[in-house]
Design a protein around this ligand. Structure first.
Ligand code: NAD
Ligand code: MG
Length: 381
């Protein structure tokens, strides 16, 4: 029997699909948590009358209204969320967006729980801290990001020294094939139109700049312990081949399937077993799969991320924090599209490099990255 599920970020794209998967498999949803006391969370709370409901934020008046419609099982603030993740004997789906997800990842791992990790920012910002928590407490970290789920599955049963290279596939986003000059004037609406995946706003913009792939390179390095020189990116617009591993003997393993996040979500919940899923049937016949090199001039995010990853320490945390701020500014019309990667690169250069040992070190690097990015944006506006 699968353990009770804690769904953090239950109202988001991954959270909503997690609940669909859980319902289909008949799993026990013990906790649902989100940032805001929204109507969507009220509706989820009513669908799971036995689940504890946690709201991390929200103004006092909104909270009151929420309690009036959901009842006494509601708890507020980040602490109950961490306590829920830290209750042993549960699977924690961390589908929070942003570095705010780090503490929940750590809480789950420190309790020895399985953490199904959609929140890639935990690993990008806090890689060394997450690795320490993982080895010390016997928890389990199963990636939900489709590329990393693919790599995880390709690596099952393999030895570390058999791996020659990890190949991460990228859809290329809505601006694949465009030159850098033509990207200067793109609007948030254009950038939000992703060709193959329907996702939250931040990751959709990150896919358009290719910072998403950059973050995923760091995520892969921290998950699988493979050096940056042995991680590559290839653009594959159909999003059918989710990633691949090249082995030292010349063999390759690739993971293919429909671009449907319910598949990697379910894998993270059921592995080492598998069960029938909600995904539509899939066949290769008639499909054309194409692969091309990414354009590193139009999408400087890729090289910025490799450089930040190689620098290690606080650099990836600053990169992620500055990107969160820059994406928000772009969505609000305060920063141009090309400004996103400029601001991130300048923030990494500006914030003093430090080693990250404790979670407080990560939070400080994150805070500095945000503050520097915000002031750089203010100075260009
Ligand atoms: P989303 O914006 O749709 O949802 C985010 C969720 O996090 C919401 O429920 C929100 O209430 C919650 N949240 C935000 N801040 C919070 C806080 N401080 N405390 C508690 N809850 C908080 O985002 P998404 O697209 O579902 O992405 C979630 C994570 O999964 C991200 O890290 C993203 O990179 C990763 N991911 C998403 C996809 C996808 O297909 N959407 C694919 C791969 C990886
Ligand atoms: Mg991905």
């Amino acid at each position: 029997m699968t353990l009770p599920l804690v769904v953090l970020g239950a109202t988001g794209s991954i959270g909503t699909q997690t609940l669909e998967v859980a319902d289909n498999l008949g799993l026990d949803v013990a906790v649902v948590a989100a940032r805001s006391p929204s109507e969507h969370l009220v509706e989820i709370a009513h669908r799971y009358p036995d689940a504890a409901v946690i709201v991390a934020g929200g103004a006092a008046e909104e909270r009151e209204r929420f309690v009036a419609s959901v009842g006494a099982r509601v708890q507020f603030g980040p602490e109950p969320m961490l306590a829920a993740a830290a209750t042993a004997g549960r699977i924690v789906m961390n589908a929070i967006v942003g570095a705010a997800g780090l503490r929940a990842t750590l809480a789950g791992l420190e309790a020895g729980n399985r953490v199904a990790l959609a929140n890639k920012e935990s690993l990008v910002a806090g890689g060394p801290v997450v690795s320490t928590a993982l080895t010390r407490h016997g928890g389990e970290l199963i990636p939900v990001d489709s590329e990393h789920s693919a790599l995880h599955q390709c690596l099952v049963g393999e030895q570390a020294d058999s791996v020659a290279r990890l190949l991460l596939t990228a859809s290329g986003g809505p601006f694949r094939g465009r030159s850098r000059e033509t990207l200067a004037s793109v609007t948030p609406d254009e950038a939000l139109r992703h060709p193959t995946w329907s996702m939250g706003r931040r990751i959709t913009i990150d896919s358009a700049t290719m910072f998403n792939k950059g973050l995923e390179v760091v995520e892969a390095h921290n998950l699988f312990g493979v050096a940056y020189d042995r991680i590559s990116i290839v653009v594959h617009p159909q999003s059918i081949l989710h990633s691949a591993v090249e082995f030292v003997d010349g063999s390759w393993k690739a993971h293919l399937g429909r671009p449907d996040m319910r598949i990697p979500i379910q894998y993270a919940l059921t592995t080492p077993g598998r069960m029938a899923s909600l995904a539509d049937p899939f066949t290769l016949a008639g499909l054309e799969l194409t692969f091309e090199q990414p354009d590193r001039v139009a999408f400087p995010a890729i090289d910025i991320a490799f450089e930040a990853g190689r620098a290690g320490g606080s650099a990836p945390a600053v990169m992620n924090a500055a990107d969160e701020i820059a994406v928000e500014a772009f969505l609000q019309g305060r920063l141009g599209f090309l400004g996103i990667s400029d601001i991130v690169a300048r923030a990494i250069d500006t914030v003093e490099w430090r080693e990250l040992v404790t979670v407080d070190d990560v939070i400080e690097a994150d805070r500095e990255g945000r503050a520097v990015a915000a002031s750089l944006i203010a100075s260009v506006c």
